[in-house]
Design a protein around this ligand. Structure first.
Ligand code: SAH
Ligand code: SF4
Ligand code: F3S
Length: 440
C-alpha cells in the first residue's frame, strides 16, 4: 500500500570517499525509500535516521569520524538513529560501537544490500567481507539524470601494499554484463545519456563472476555498452595502468562513445617504489602506455593519482615521479602524502618512513608543477570548437557542462540546453574551467 508523504521518515546521509561510496549512498537512499518509506533531508536535526558512509583510505577522515558522530549525537532529534556504513565500518566493525555506544548499527562496504533490515536492529554489526552483492538488484532513485553511474564490479584483487581497500571491500567479483546493460537501459529511459562505469579496477573486469560463468573482458563490455541506443557518452573509473593492453587502448581510441578522458593512476614514477608498492608495472611501461594513448587520441585528457613519500622514497625516486609528470603533463593530479593504514603490507616498511616535512615539501612541489601544466592545457583550448553536454544552470544565467574529454565549460544560455549536447567555441580559460559561446 502506498503511504502518504506525511508518514515518510527523514534520512540524513553524509558521504565521504570515492565514487563507489557515492553509488553506495545512492543505493542506500533508494533502498530505504522503496522498502522503509524514507525520504532524504539536508538538515541533520530533522532526521529520524542519520547515516555516515565512511572512507578509510587515509587516516585523517577516520580520526574525524568519531568527533563527527559525537556532534550528530548531541544535536540529533530525540529517538533518531545513527548508522555507520562504508569502508571504515568494514575495518573497525564493532569497535565503533564500543567507542561510540550511541551508534545504532554498523554496515560494511560490501554489505550495503542489508540496509533495509539492519536499521531496526540495535547494535547490529554486518561487515562480512565474503558477502556477495554482485547480483543483488538495488532499488534506483526516481530522479531523472543526464548522467548515471553503474557499478561493474565489487572489491579488489590487487595487493597494492599501501592500500586498505582490499581489506574493506574484499575480493573482486564482476557484476554480470546483462545486469549492467539492463540497468543502463532503464536509466536511459529516465533520461540518462552518459554512463560512468565504476569499480576499483575496471579494466580487469570479467575474470570472476559469482555464478562461475566463463570469462569476458572490459573491452568487450565497453563495446556492448556502446551499442545501447540513447547512450552518447561512456566514462569509467578506475582503470589500472597494468591492464591497459593494446586491445583496450585501441577500443578506447576507436569507439566514439567513449569519453576521451582517462584516469591513469601512476602512484609513483620510480620503478623501485612501484615494485615496493606492488603495482605490477615500471616507469617505462607507464610512459609507453601514456604515449600510445596520446598517439591514437591526440585530444585525450589524462588524469592521475600520485602518492608522495612512500616508505623508502629517496630524492632520486621522487625525481622520477617529477620526470613522469613533466613527460605526461597530466590534466588533473590527485595528490596524496603516504598515510600508513592498518591491514596493509607497507606497515612492514615502518623503519623506512619519510619524515613528514619532506613529504609535505614533495607534495607542494607536485601541486605547483601540476598547476603550470593545467593552465597550459586549458589555454590551448581557446579558439577551438568543442561538443558540450550541458547539465546545470547557474544563478548568474550561465549553463555549465562537460566536453567529451571532460573539461568544464560555461556559456550564457537557458535551461533549454540542459541534457543536450551542443557545439561551443571556446573564448577564454581559467586554470580549471573554460568559457565559450554557442555555435549555431
Ligand atoms: N582503485 C583505485 C584507487 C582507489 S584509492 C586505483 O587503483 O586507482 C584512491 C587513491 O588513494 C589511490 O589511487 C592512491 O593514490 C590513494 N591512496 C590509497 N591508499 C593510500 C595511502 N595509504 N596513503 C596515501 N594515499 C593512498
Ligand atoms: Fe587499492 Fe590497488 Fe586495489 Fe586500487 S588497485 S583499490 S590502489 S589495492
Ligand atoms: Fe575510501 Fe573505501 Fe572508496 S576506503 S576511497 S570509500 S573504496
Amino acid at each position: 500500500m502506498q503511504k502518504t508523504k506525511e508518514e515518510s521518515k527523514k534520512l540524513f546521509i553524509q558521504t565521504l570517499g570515492c565514487q563507489m561510496n557515492d553509488t553506495d549512498s545512492a543505493h542506500i537512499i533508494a533502498e530505504l525509500g522503496e522498502h522503509n518509506n524514507y525520504t532524504t533531508t539536508d538538515t541533520m536535526e530533522d532526521a529520524d535516521l542519520i547515516i555516515i558512509n565512511t572512507c578509510s583510505v587515509r587516516e585523517k577522515p577516520v580520526q574525524k569520524l568519531f568527533s563527527e558522530i559525537g556532534q550528530f549525537n548531541s544535536k540529533k532529534k530525540e529517538g533518531a538513529k545513527i548508522g555507520v556504513c562504508g569502508c571504515t565500518a568494514s575495518h573497525l566493525g564493532k569497535d565503533i560501537i564500543k567507542r561510540a555506544p550511541y551508534v545504532d548499527f554498523v554496515l560494511g562496504a560490501r554489505n550495503i544490500s542489508k540496509i533495509s533490515k539492519i536499521i531496526d536492529q540495535k547494535g547490529a554489526v554486518e561487515i562480512d567481507i565474503e558477502h556477495d552483492d554482485s547480483t543483488y538488484e538495488f532499488a534506483r532513485s526516481e530522479t531523472s539524470l543526464y548522467k548515471t553511474s553503474v557499478n561493474i564490479s565489487i572489491g579488489c584483487d590487487k595487493e597494492c601494499t599501501y592500500c586498505i581497500v582490499p581489506a574493506t571491500r574484499g575480493d573482486e567479483i564482476s557484476i554480470p554484463p546483462e545486469m549492467i546493460i539492463e540497468q543502463i537501459k532503464k536509466d536511459v529511459l529516465k533520461g540518462a545519456i552518459e554512463v560512468t562505469l565504476l569499480g576499483q579496477n575496471v579494466n580487469s573486469y570479467g575474470r570472476k563472476f559469482s555464478d562461475g560463468r566463463g570469462k569476458t573482458t572490459f573491452t568487450q563490455l565497453l563495446h556492448d555498452i556502446s551499442k545501447i541506443e540513447g547512450i552518447e557518452r561512456i566514462r569509467f573509473t578506475s582503470p589500472h595502468p597494468l591492464h591497459m593492453d593494446d586491445e583496450f587502448i585501441e577500443e578506447f581510441a576507436r569507439n566514439p562513445k567513449i569519453s576521451k578522458c582517462i584516469h591513469m593512476p601512476l602512484q609513483s614514477g620510480s620503478t623501485k617504489i612501484l615494485k615496493a608498492m606492488k603495482r605490477g608495472y615500471s616507469k617505462e611501461w607507464f610512459l609507453n602506455r601514456a604515449a600510445k594513448i596520446r598517439e591514437l587520441v591526440p585530444e585525450v585528457r589524462i588524469t592521475t593519482d600520485i602518492i608522495v613519500a612512500f616508505p623508502g622514497e629517496t630524492q632520486e625516486d621522487f625525481d622520477d615521479t617529477i620526470d613522469v609528470i613533466n613527460q605526461v603533463k597530466f590534466d588533473q593530479i590527485f595528490n596524496f602524502k603516504y598515510s600508513p593504514r592498518p591491514n596493509t603490507a607497507a606497515l612492514e616498511l615502518k623503519d623506512q618512513e619519510i619524515p613528514d616535512e619532506i613529504g609535505s615539501a614533495r607534495l607542494i612541489q607536485v601541486i605547483d608543477l601540476h598547476k603550470e601544466h593545467q593552465s597550459e592545457h586549458m589555454r590551448s583550448n581557446i579558439g577551438k570548437t568543442v561538443k558540450v553536454l550541458f547539465e546545470s544552470l547557474k544563478p548568474n544565467g550561465e549553463v555549465s557542462g562537460f566536453t567529451d574529454n571532460w573539461c568544464q565549460v560555461y556559456v550564457k544560455g537557458s535551461d533549454e540546453l540542459l541534457g543536450k549536447i551542443a557545439e561551443v567555441k571556446i573564448t577564454s580559460s581559467t586554470r580549471t574551467t573554460l568559457k565559450g559561446e554557442l555555435v549555431n
